[in-house]
Design a protein around this ligand. Structure first.
Ligand SMILES: Cc1ncc(COP(=O)(O)O)c(C=O)c1O
Length: 456
């Protein structure tokens, strides 16, 4: 006996051995692939569809869950279920027959490269609320060159509460990398030398080079950047002391003092990229460089890692003459940080949603880090950099070993990140920087046995 639905092209056959949920999922998938259902079409609720088809709700729920997992539909009970734009071939291949190898080649890659935020952890209702509230004020005719006053106040409060920094004056930026571009053009200037962590954040290296600045690598070890290795005459030194990118070390207190003392003595600026500054596990806080020496440190923060890089909102705390140069550069070039993301952050902070998200983020990352370190260390795999942040490092002895990790992981559908690509010069350390924020916890847990097998 078959059932037809007037609105949806679904026919169910109760006499075949194929379960009804599978038949329903197949029919809806075909309808979406064939264009009978289009991206954005709303599907009936599982209850309504079950009634129309004369099946139990378990059947419709199971079919929706399957299509949801495959990427054909989105949305949740209550707020409606919608057809998405068709997923890529890779996503549909999950249920396709074939060998394990074929499946690994076509299944969607699990991305464990560092730097992605835990965007899935954002409370969608809070996120929508903040954007709606951010749209309430009348449109501005001109963006403030230093950022919205309420944004600057929100960031000051955030820095005091979460980073122990009493910031005199905060400027809004479009994010850390955007701020580096401004600093390169307005403060460091063409022809100067910048000392840079090696390995380090290559986008910032490129931003300096594009501005005609010479970048000189300074080695890092388990205590972070080595101040004694900074070349004399450098105009500035760039570092990520909270969680060195990519090696994962935290700059020791002694090194912090040594660094700012040298900067003061030689008239260097220290650019502190507070990468992963909000995430620290079972270890004592260390003073920000900007707290130790606000006269020589330019502190850069971002919402990219705690919320999402799509907000395009960051901040800069700097000595007055540096801040003035950045503002003068903005006037000269007619550029301003966009206020949209600033307003969203203000709203998230005003409602307490930012605080709730940070607590949730810390808990989640602490759990992920524990499960990953326990599994890897338990199998005798050496680890670095797991005291803070959202990535840890599995060192390798040689370039070949790193390449083997990358290619073997890829065969298992896992994208990893090799340390060697983070060197501006010839690589001297190898291994994998393993990011654990960007994926779901379930996917991470499912990948652990493969990772253990791979690294052992
Ligand atoms: C070391 C480091 N600093 C800063 C950032 C963030 O920069 P932005 O604020 O431009 O997104 C990243 C992003 O990957 C990073 O790896």
């Amino acid at each position: 006996m078959s059932y037809a639905d007037t609105a949806l092209p679904v026919r169910l056959d109760r006499e075949t051995a194929t379960p009804l949920a599978v038949q329903l999922a197949d029919a809806l998938r075909e309808a979406a692939a064939g264009g009978h259902l289009r991206g954005g079409d709303r599907l009936p609720s599982t209850r309504a569809l079950a009634e129309r088809l004369g099946v139990s709700r378990t059947v419709t729920s199971a079919a929706y869950e399957q299509l949801h997992a495959e990427g054909w539909i989105a949305g949740r009970h209550g707020s409606g279920t919608y057809v998405t734009t068709p997923p890529t071939r890779a996503a549909t291949s999950v249920s396709a027959p074939g060998s394990l190898l074929a499946e690994a080649e076509t299944a969607p890659m699990l991305d464990l490269t560092p730097g992605a935020p835990w965007a899935a952890g954002l409370d969608r209702a809070a996120w929508r609320r903040a954007w709606r509230a951010a749209a309430d004020p009348d449109p501005l005719t001109r963006a403030h060159r230093a950022g919205l006053p309420e944004y600057r106040a929100t960031v000051s409060e955030h820095l005091l509460r979460h980073r122990g920094l009493a910031a005199g004056s905060v400027l809004a930026t479009g994010g850390t990398t955007a701020a580096v571009v401004e600093l390169a053009a307005a403060v460091v200037r063409r022809g100067s030398v910048v000392a840079f962590e090696e390995p380090g954040y290559q986008r910032a290296v490129q931003a300096f080079r594009q501005a005609g600045i010479t970048v000189v690598g300074v080695p890092v070890d388990e205590q972070g950047l080595r101040p004694d290795a900074i070349p004399a005459g450098a105009r500035a030194v760039y570092c990520s002391p909270a969680h060195q990118y990519p090696m994962g070390s935290r700059m020791s207190a002694a090194r912090r003092v040594q660094l700012v003392e040298r900067a003061r003595a030689e008239g260097m600026l220290v650019i502190e990229d507070d990468y992963d500054g909000e995430l620290r596990f079972d270890v004592a806080p260390l003073p920000l460089l900007a707290a130790l020496a606000p006269d020589v440190v330019v502190h850069l923060g971002t919402t990219s890692k705690i919320l999402t890089p799509t907000l395009g909102a960051g901040w800069l705390v700097a000595p007055a003459e540096v801040a003035d140069s950045v503002l003068a550069y903005r006037d000269l070039t007619g550029t301003r940080p966009s206020p949209a993301g600033q307003r969203v952050l203000v709203e998230l902070a005003r409602t307490g949603d930012l605080g709730r998200h940070l607590r949730k983020l810390r808990r989640e990352m602490a759990e992920r880090r524990s499960l990953l370190s326990a599994a890897l260390s338990g199998a005798g795999i050496p680890l670095l950099g797991d005291d803070a942040g959202a990535h840890l490092v599995v060192p390798a002895d040689t370039a070949d070993a790193e390449t083997h990790f990358l290619t073997a992981a890829e065969r298992h559908g896992i994208r990893l990140d090799g340390l060697s690509r983070h060197f501006a010069g010839t690589p001297t350390a190898y291994g994998i920087a393993l990011g654990y924020a960007g994926c779901s916890r379930e996917a991470l847990i499912a990948a652990v046995p493969t990772l253990v097998e791979l690294f052992r």
